[in-house]
Design a protein around this ligand. Structure first.
Ligand code: ATP
Ligand code: MG
Length: 230
């Protein structure tokens, strides 16, 4: 990946995305443009079906737009082939999903270490990073527990630690508190706000959670396939 230090972490220009064709086509995104400055925590809101997941998948290189351009950390995603996109996702982006996505048979510590194993990080470096991240998310005492032995909020904190394992420049989270009760959700969002600062990452988070909407540096709203800025 080309290493260009830019002050803009994400630049989305006139992105369009439709599903299906003809009369049955759904125009999920109709000309979306916005920027996420480096170091900011940007919340993305919008009613169900407004295109939040579609947009996050496109920014994260999991899906391609029909039209428009997306730049992440200085790279134009259209210039990257499958391997390039894979490397971008593995080395530069951390993902957090609503359903946590942890591996059930691995302990919390092993789950956090997965991205480091994929990168073939030195085992000692891996252990140190895992320990630090579990402390950061308040789970140092739960390292040996499997996801099924952790509460929902704890599982999402493990997922957040895993997303940060490779020092990503961009954290993408899709309704990370969608499966949590309000109080647990608030705690996870406050943690997210804190780690964005302490780990110097940039974050783009789809959410309805009012805690995060209040804590975010900026709130973008998707409506009718376009962005309304607050
Ligand atoms: N794979 C797909 N095939 C067809 N239509 C799709 C597909 N994925 C999404 N859509 C449609 O695109 C629109 C945007 O969906 P998207 O999942 O991006 O919304 P969302 O804002 O994330 O909603 P939610 O808040 O419910 O998660 C919806 O109308 C949806 O039905
Ligand atoms: Mg969604």
């Amino acid at each position: 990946m080309r290493q260009v230090v830019t002050e803009t972490m994400v630049r989305v220009e006139d992105v369009h995305k439709s599903y299906g064709t003809g009369a049955a086509a759904v125009h999920a995104l109709r000309g979306v443009s916005f920027e996420v400055p480096r170091g900011e925590l940007v919340a993305l809101k919008g009613r169900s079906g407004s295109g939040k997941t579609t947009l996050l998948n496109i920014v994260g290189g999991l899906d391609a737009p029909d039209r428009g351009r997306v730049r992440v950390d200085g790279s134009d995603l259209a210039d990257l082939d499958e391997n390039g996109l894979l490397a971008l996702r593995r080395d530069h982006i951390g993902f957090v999903f609503q359903s946590f996505g942890l591996i059930p048979i691995l302990t919390a510590a092993e789950n956090v270490g997965v991205p480091l194993r994929l990168r073939r990080a030195d085992p000692r470096e891996r252990e140190e990073r895992v320990e630090l991240l579990l402390s950061l998310v308040g789970l140092a005492d739960h390292a040996a527990q499997r996801p099924g032995e952790l509460s929902g909020g704890q599982q999402q904190r493990v997922a957040l630690a895993r997303a940060l394992a490779n020092h990503p420049s961009l954290l993408i989270a899709d309704e990370p508190t969608g499966q949590l009760d309000a109080e647990t959700g608030h705690a996870v969002m406050e943690l997210l706000r804190a780690v964005v600062r302490s780990e110097h990452v940039t974050a783009l988070v789809a959410t309805h959670d009012t805690t995060l909407l209040d804590l975010a540096d900026r709130v973008l709203e998707l409506s009718d396939g376009g962005i309304v800025e607050h």
